[in-house]
Design a protein around this ligand. Sequence first.
Ligand code: NBG
Length: 832
Amino acid sequence: MPVTSSPKSKAQAKSAALSPEAAALQQSILHYLKYKLGRDVESATRRDWWIATATAVRDRMIERGLDTYRAHRAGNVRRVYYLSLEYLIGRLMLNNVINLGLLDAMHAALGDLGQDFDTIRGQEEDMGLGNGGLGRLAACYLDSLSTMDLPAVGYGIHYEFGLFRQEFVNGHQVEHPDNWLVYGAPWELVRPEFTQSVKLFGRCEQVFDDRGNFQWRWVDTKTILGFPFDIPVVGYGTKTVNILRLWASKATEDFDLRTFNDGGYIEAVREKAYGETISKVLYPNDKTENGKELRLVQQYFFVTCSLRDIIRRHFGNPENSWDNFAAKQCIQLNDTHPAVAIVELMRLLLDEHGLPFARAWEITTQVFAYTNHTLLPEALEKWSVPLFQRVLPRHLLIIYDINQHLMELCEQRWPGDDAKKRTLSLIEENGHKAVRMANLSVVGSFAVNGVAALHTRLLRTQLFPEFDALYPGKFINVTNGITPRRWLRACNPRLSALIDAKIGPGWTRDLDQLKQLERFADDAKFQDEFMAIKRQNKVDLAAIIRRDCGIEVSPDALFDVQIKRLHEYKRQHLNLLHILALYRRLVQNPDLDLVPRVFVFAAKAAPGYDLAKAIIKAINAVGARVNHDPRVNGKLKVAFLPNYRVSLASRIIPAADLSEQISTAGKEASGTGNMKLALNGALTIGTLDGANVEIKEEVGDDNIFIFGHTVEEVQALRAAGYHPWKYYEEDEELRAVLDWLGSDYFVPGESPNLPAFVRASLLDGGDPFMVLADFRSYCDSQARVDAAYRDPRRWAKMAILNTARVGKFSSDRSIRDYAEKIWRLQPVRVQS
Ligand code: NBG
């Protein structure tokens, strides 16, 4: 082929028209295509393009990362370390490019080569190293930390398999491994020089040092290695690039050669297999914290690697000592999952650095802060004492010492009150003994925060009232937030462009600027533009529903969206009962005047959570009937999109009209999906729970649909004795839909009948989340939604006011709160 006709030569000829930035980007993409992947423009596959492009982008982040590192090091700055067992990052390409300010250059550079950026970035696998809100919050916070120039490092586990991939087979959830690393992970940098070795198991023995001082030694341990991978986290519109450091476990030696030579191949690789098992999979733990040994090992593994890394960094500066450790280093515990860090820091200070107990405790309790993300008792971690003893024998002794100190404090405050001591103790004594990680987290931290105002109030008054009395001022609130870079600018380019045109792009870093949209809320032209964008996003989602569910939906219907983990307290089954009620009304009267609705669900159920899986099956079974019933005449559709993940959320959220936030009051700590949906102009139907309360305060009572029992009413109902059968008997429609669900109408001939299992949980099972108590008020509220949607001007105004008024829920505001109220952390400007 003559050289002049090759696309590359054409590209070179044309690139004269590219901006210098785009031309440089193009050069580096072509470089990686050739020298990293061994391809040219003709032979490159989509995946080659994606890897070459990601690598070119990463280079630009590395340059800034080095500048950041130098600035932080030179200033010996105070840093925060975010310890989290989960990071639900999703795809990174678009956000990295937007944050680097390279979006236009990227489109030009690739377009010039005949490639489409949006197609290429579609090749990226989601990084799904988390279960839900807690992990996604961690990812949003990393984005804000860099954007706000705050010195920070995220620490976590480099799971080989993230949260399972979900498929539906005959409406049932089927789980598959999520092999996100299979085609490589171009964002990562390997850091073998920072490898850590980790001890586990073994026993403790007492020794006397050369001055006759008594000491504990942890001996006969098993050793594994922690091997770090760094993912650069780039701030928006700034030079700061922090890192997320994820630890992979490895065996200390590849295998035992002597055993191998003696013919024991399996034995020889067993150690290696164990070493690698630790970071193999993320626990899909939503229902209960089951006491799996491996999970405790995972927690300890990443915590000790991270602490030693922090200590190494601290002493890397000759001016530093233990005296200024707490002044320079601050560690945030994301839930109790990393709480063993409190004990591990004590162990390092006592046994490896020879500090006395009082001094070690003083330092430790000045370093840690703890975020609580749930009040559900079954989700508060406890580890059985025998398990702790086996895995971390030295740590158990230290926990007993800390507990003794706590009991002395308790005695001073409430002399002779043994009940108080039993409540506060780090060790639960009833039946089998267990270590209470939440109590440990409170005692070992200088600050404890809840994640929404209501949740923090309940934390203080209901979960930890004694601790609140013992440590006045320790409990504070930091309401959660979401990053506007991902959850508006990247996921909804049409709406972002409209907002830019009206008020400029400043909102991307300062979300309160969206308030300026309020003055267009009544402007018919703006309303039309706003709703036309919503409709276009619905057309896009309809195509996804067609592709993934095989269901045809109309973009003119109301898109009613519930997307979140599947859990009884989130009450996807309350939504289902309402769908059944509408379906029944239509069956009885096919002419019924209903606003056409598409019910969109997406949710994963923890693999061991049978009732959650039954709810999925029930929704799918009801959907299969509704979607094909001619009497419904297309007025109702039910689409359960499989494999909910960050990248799917970012397609659903811009297309939602109605956001379902219908948890039992007092159970949802905050919710963050509620914020993302409101930001994109969806109206909330919700209970007064979690951050819904604050969303209502911000958007105003007229722009939200509130229903159901309040926290106080839920408690009063419970105290008076809750009887689900009473609602069944008193409400004819509720009775009818429950019985319908319990029949085999939706699952003819199937055994077991899972919809009937859902019904049983609500009646015989006692309805622990009071679905039946809120059913009627939910239906009434849904009728108000129906009425509001019939008035397009009114609906548009409400939608615009939602977008305009949720600036408070930017994760930049949350991080500012943390930095001021907890971390006392100053921004550091990075110069290049
Ligand atoms: C979740 C809560 C949510 C909250 C996120 C982030 C856990 C244990 N908790 O309500 O259920 O928004 O944490 O704080 O995942």
